[in-house]
Design a protein around this ligand. Sequence first.
Ligand code: SAM
Length: 454
Amino acid sequence: MLPSEFIRNIKAELGDAEGAALCESLETTPPVSVRLNPRKLGCREPFADTRPVPWSLHGRYLDRRPAFTLDAAFHAGAYYVQEASSQFVGHLLGESAEGRRILDMCAAPGGKTTLYSTLAGDDGLVVANEIDRRRAQTLADNVRKWGLGNVAVTCNEPSRLAEFEQWFDIVAVDAPCSGEGMFRKDPASREEWSEGNVRLCAARQDEILDAAWRALKPGGILIYSTCTFNRTEDEGSVERLLDRFGEEVVEADTAECEAEWGIVEGRVGPVRTYRFLPHRTVGEGFFAAAARKAPDAGGRTRTPKSRRSLFANPDRAAAAELARWVNEPEKMRFALVGDTFYGYRAAQYDAVRTLSESLAVIYSGVAMGQIFKGRLRPEHSLALYAGLRRDALPSAELAGEELLQYLRKAEVRPEPFAEGINLVTAGPLPVGFVKRIGNRVNNMYPNSMRIMNK
Ligand code: SAM
């Protein structure tokens, strides 16, 4: 059952007929959609004969929900299971995100982070922040799997990110909200809804937006989104932002929408808004708004004082060993953090180092592994890194039940593998490493990612 106050509010806002149509649509089966990882498609595109999500270059609707956990391409990071409406934030940014420094303030589990990672490209950087430590770990796992090496995952209060004042070209706030748009996909969210919670969410959204606005450069773009229909949290949050920073807010570039997409376009002052109502669009309930900070907003870029230095330079031999494992070593820099070596695109190395000197960075770049006696013992994330040099080591393709055994971190036969470390692939896609020692195989698949079902 939908909460009665919700029904009353939505009918008051949209009118009886449209409110009723929306409520009816929340009792239907939600569409299933994914977003492909263009850096991992290889020669075979998964879901080749499916309908595109019209506002999302790599989005696809599926006719049914497959068992994703039994699909190796899913574990290889070849696609992310992402609700269609929320992929629209990519349409808002498009190519303007390439090479940019993007802050994703509320990032777990990583749907939008992985989208921004694709858009930012090799020389861009996504700082994906998540306040909740457990959710931040899931975010880091998804970032490793997506495999572009251009994301730093942080676990901090938004106010800490705001200390990186005017540092980001793009700031995205996918705010915690009352979740009315999830009433169809996740019926439990109906039980959690209350008018009191709407007010709490709105107050929290104001705080997060304050931090986001501080972190944004003049001329930069703010993307605000929620998965609720609630005006207080959607247009209301934008109105309150304008009350606080009105003279600094100007219009962002237009994102063209086709009429048949069914998106309800609007504006609050200079800010364009986009509503996704499930009886009009093929997707869940969603709200997005885009604004630009005036290029002459004033202020200056500031970063917090460095509290510690975590990055050490690898010695010459270690650097040569690391360089052997990646496709474009000349465009990368390596660092030793604790006992693990990491790789970064050279263009973003200084930015990630600056972040890690004052924030809780729990993952960044690509974790490459540890070096013993001059040889790299690779970490799982290196297998999933799109820039891995494939001829750095032998590889073996597994299929069917044997591949699933590998993904369950169970025992696998030694025969397919050469002595030492091997890359395991599913078709052309790397899924992890094994180490063969004589007739024994050490399955190096990480415990935290192994598939649990039989
Ligand atoms: N962007 C994510 C994605 O696309 O996969 C979904 C983000 S979810 C809508 C909102 C996130 O905000 C949650 O992960 C939640 O833990 C986090 N959050 C909760 N309270 C917060 C706060 N006060 N400040 C920042 N983030 C918060």
